[in-house]
Design a protein around this ligand. Sequence first.
Ligand code: SF4
Ligand code: SF4
Length: 447
Amino acid sequence: MTEFSAEFSRSLRTAGVVGAGGAGFPAYVKAQGRAEYALVNAAECEPLLKKDQKLLEYFPERVFDGLELLMRAVGASRGVLGIKKKHEAIIPRLKEIAKSRKNISVLEMGDYYPAGDEQCLVYEATGRIVPPGGIPLEVGCVVANVETLYNASFAPRPVTETFVTVNGAVKKPATFRVPVGITWRECVELCGGPTVKDPAYIDGGPMMGKVQTDFDLPLVKASGGIIVLPKDHPLIVKKAQSRPVFTRVGRSACDQCSYCTEFCPRYLLGHNVQPHRVMRTMLFAGGPEHKLHSQYGLLCCECSLCSLYACPEGLHPREACVSAKSDLREQKVGFKNSQLNTGKKPEVHPVRDFRKVPVSKLVRRLGLEDYNKAAPWSDAVYTPGKVKILMSQHIGAPCVPAVKEGQRVEKGAVVGDLPADKLGCPVHASISGTVGKVNERYVEIIA
Ligand code: SF4
Ligand code: SF4
């Protein structure tokens, strides 16, 4: 690690920068690697979410600043920003900025799902395939999300805000920046409130996000948006089905057509993921819990394409893969020690390009045509009365509260911390105020 990498990595940890694309992997770890390519994942392929495109429209220089810092830290000789061609209104500006920076280019991608899958992006940008069970670093790539790089450009300034899109059944869908720790209810109110009587929401995109009914859950640094829908919308109903239900239906209705496998983006990249085989084992899985032992789900990236698009029977192959991974984890089996880890080099499926699923078709299949609104940028500043800062917001060890009830804190102060040798980042006060409740789950701050 160079002196600059060490310093930048420290800055990122101090600032609490984490991957803003979902799981929230601590960004400082990526900055410690060595890579030839630094890739910006601006594909934003989840239907209805717009925050990455809005961020690139309004703050593009910052994202490129973050990319340059990352390139310098990992020693990358090339930076590539991958964005869908359909964002033609902002691409010329991005290309202009890229031209003014050294060794950075813009890659225009098709409008398919999941173009933003990290491994798909690596392949599209470099022609390299991440080895099964591996990470992009193994093929000389480091991948970062748009908002992650925006935040990195300000490090060591703490991350206290998050960019979100609120779309679906709300009066005025919008994209904006709000303090971490406010509730989804406040976000929905900022958009004029729900347009349906009995709403539920998906935290994240419709494909990979989780169904929630509690609108008082606080936003975390990795929050990217919510899709509000009627509670009885087929997508909400399907995503909310429990394991006993989808197991019972899957056991009786799967006809082994294998469409789930044929459309799987990781299978098409040459990885041995075969959800239809996992579904098949449901028939043989015994015991009251029907534990699954199939290893063909171990490389599943949980994109949901099989469950929400490919399966003609409306079954849950993704959930079968997730269940199998979890059951195998109990037996301490992961891909590396599985029988499928043969060391064979993956080869891209010859029909991969023809099996890419257009997002427009996906939106129709999900029944979201009426909810797919523009969600324009709003720069209104929201000042909440209180926030709840969760101690566990992303991948890594949870923080331990670093403040006491009644204490005065300023915006940006550390309110939860963890030892330097643990994977994770501190969390910060997103508003100035007095500390309210403190427990191992969260720190409340009252303005
Ligand atoms: S697509 Fe559906 S029916 Fe076909 S094999 Fe997969 S789970 Fe079974
Ligand atoms: S969710 Fe389905 S389509 Fe997606 S990676 Fe897993 S098995 Fe493949």
